[in-house]
Design a protein around this ligand. Sequence first.
Ligand SMILES: Nc1ncnc2c1ncn2[C@@H]1O[C@H](COP(=O)(O)OP(=O)(O)OP(=O)(O)O)[C@@H](O)[C@H]1O
Ligand SMILES: [Mg+2]
Length: 250
Amino acid sequence: MPDFPNASSHFVPDGPALAPSPAAAMAAGATPAIVVSGLAKRVADASGELTILHEVDFTVQKAETLAIVGASGSGKSTLLGLLAGLDTPSAGKVVLDGVDIYALDEDGRAALRKEKLGFVFQSFQLLAHLTALENVMLPLELSGAFHARERAEEMLKRVGLGSRLKHYPKYLSGGEQQRVALARAFVTEPPLLFADEPTGSLDAATGESVIKLMFELNRQHGSTLVLVTHDQAMAARCGRTITIAAGRLV
Ligand SMILES: Nc1ncnc2c1ncn2[C@@H]1O[C@H](COP(=O)(O)OP(=O)(O)OP(=O)(O)O)[C@@H](O)[C@H]1O
Ligand SMILES: [Mg+2]
């Protein structure tokens, strides 16, 4: 049994999807969750210019689950950051729920991220001067949600950290920090959830609990999930997988 004492009672068994299936959403002509067109990223380097991401195009329907796989250094994190409005593209567009995010200014993108998006960074990016509980409360407080403390506590219990609420990140293990990062991304129940190697620091059983939690959010709230992973089993559970090699979709 993993360090997950309060988790199992919260997981619902697989049941009928409450959200419309991606196929149904497409048939109904719903606005896609994500439309990527001609998206590219180039950076300056010693030899001139390095292309990290060549023009990529794809669409993700609402409530779809998409895995992005590929070798280390292939451009997965770069692509995920661009999808979430955390970077700026050299060319192309990302349209989230009908909004062209790079046509917005930084404040506009920040507002959209706050309203619609959860992001789990590969490097967690917890705030060092806040406890686990305060890290998870932050997005709720920023959006003026009620019962921030109770909701944050509940989410931390769901990822098995009910006994680590007052710990600062530096006193948490890598896997515990990852679970705080996951709780912070999930706690607002965002319609769009991006996660970069969400189980990379977790043992198999704890990882499995986190995967269940992500898919539960997808089922219960119709959240669209985009996951970067090296874990073939997790990719196989997503509705679709795209593979990236040297900055190109293959
Ligand atoms: N700002 C930057 N300047 C220069 N090179 C960069 C920059 N950002 C990313 N890179 C390079 O682009 C490539 C893709 O990086 P990225 O982090 O997207 O890879 P990844 O597929 O997520 O890899 P991993 O599986 O190891 O996390 C890497 O070779 C990286 O060194
Ligand atoms: Mg990466």
